[in-house]
Design a binder for this molecule. Structure first.
Ligand code: ZN
Length: 329
């Protein structure tokens, strides 16, 4: 039997608001028959679409957990037609350790799909989403930010999909989210992503990159809270009026958007987030960290574009993603 060891303490079919856990048995040194308890809230009223809302797919991205903890605390069944499944911290062990990947198996949940029912802790979480939670959902929203090592212009994003009807539904949901920027995202590495798993199942999927640096701000949390509420209204699940605002549409047309560091040292950013750069202009310098009197390595923009993401820490290593540019459409 290929059954996942996770059991839910909530009933997915029951009307009302329930708070509970996804309990994943995890036998370990400090707890022989212990479990990982992943918080979950189900809010349901009658028949209607299901939204699956997640944060902390990467453990040190905080707008999702903040917005979803508040939503779980305030949502009432009376304002719903359908069901909302809220999981504020998808990779819960990583969230508690404030790390991108799980401290238990170093699993990057967003590279672990479709997962394995008999795999590592992270693979078991992925498998539970793949085979239990995603099939229940019509609309899937996964709130990301840059984490400790990247910082982004606040944006909601979708991907180009082979099914153009599905793509149009994803774009409409992204527009409902109303982040300051909206992006057709080009992934460096889409294998194993929750995004890919959701899209291949035909779901309406919206993700975000709402900031970064390993914390959140008044502004980025407000964008997450408003966007999630808007998507629930757009999907016909939540009663109320959407709070829309203008969004700048951005596109990434090729790999030229990305600049990766070929040096290590002291990172000097030369074009802040949101700045328009022209092809050939200096976007960053990497100074040798160990001596004075040596010139920095200069990095030039490979295209005209807007600085959409940047390396966040003050030091940089070989291979780090230094900057992402995108083009307003
Ligand atoms: Zn992330």
């Amino acid at each position: 039997m290929n059954s996942n060891p996770i059991t839910a303490t909530v009933d997915f079919e029951k009307d009302g608001v329930q708070h509970g856990f996804l309990r994943l048995p995890h036998s370990r040194d400090d707890s022989a028959w212990g479990s990982i308890m992943i918080p979950i809230c189900i809010a349901k009223s009658g028949k209607g679409p299901t939204a699956l809302l997640t944060g902390a797919n990467h453990g040190e991205e905080y707008e999702g957990p903040v917005a979803l903890m508040e939503l779980a605390q305030t949502i009432t069944a009376a304002e719903l037609t359908g069901r909302v499944i809220i999981i504020p911290a998808m990779n819960y062990p990583a969230f508690r350790a404030a790390t991108r990947t799980s401290p238990i198996d170093r699993g990057n949940l967003n590279r672990s799909f479709p997962g394995k029912y008999n795999g590592t802790v992270t693979e078991k979480i992925a498998d539970y989403f793949q085979r239990t939670l995603l099939p229940m959902a019509d609309v899937v929203v996964d709130i990301h930010a840059g984490g400790k090592t990247l910082d982004f212009l606040p944006l909601a994003c979708v991907h180009r999909l082979p099914d153009k009807t599905q793509e149009a539904k994803c774009v409409a949901a992204m527009e409902a989210f109303s982040a300051p920027h909206s992006m057709m995202l080009l992934e460096i590495d889409s294998v194993g992503m929750y995004d890919t798993a959701s899209e291949e199942m035909g779901k309406v999927f919206v993700s975000t990159e709402l900031g970064g640096g390993g914390s959140s701000s008044v502004r980025s949390n407000a964008i997450a809270k408003r966007g999630i509420r808007n998507i629930l209204i757009h999907a016909g699940i939540l009663k109320g009026e959407m709070e829309k605002s203008a969004s700048i549409m951005l596109d990434m047309l090729s790999g030229e958007c990305f600049t990766f560091s070929e040096h290590e040292g002291l990172f000097e950013i030369c074009a802040d987030l949101g700045v328009q750069v022209t092809k050939g202009s200096i976007i960053a310098k990497v100074w040798p960290a160990e001596r004075t009197g040596t010139s920095p390595a200069l990095y030039h923009a490979k295209m005209d574009g807007i600085v959409t993401a940047r390396h966040f820490p003050g030091l940089i290593k070989m291979g780090d993603c230094m900057m992402v540019l995108s083009i307003p459409v």
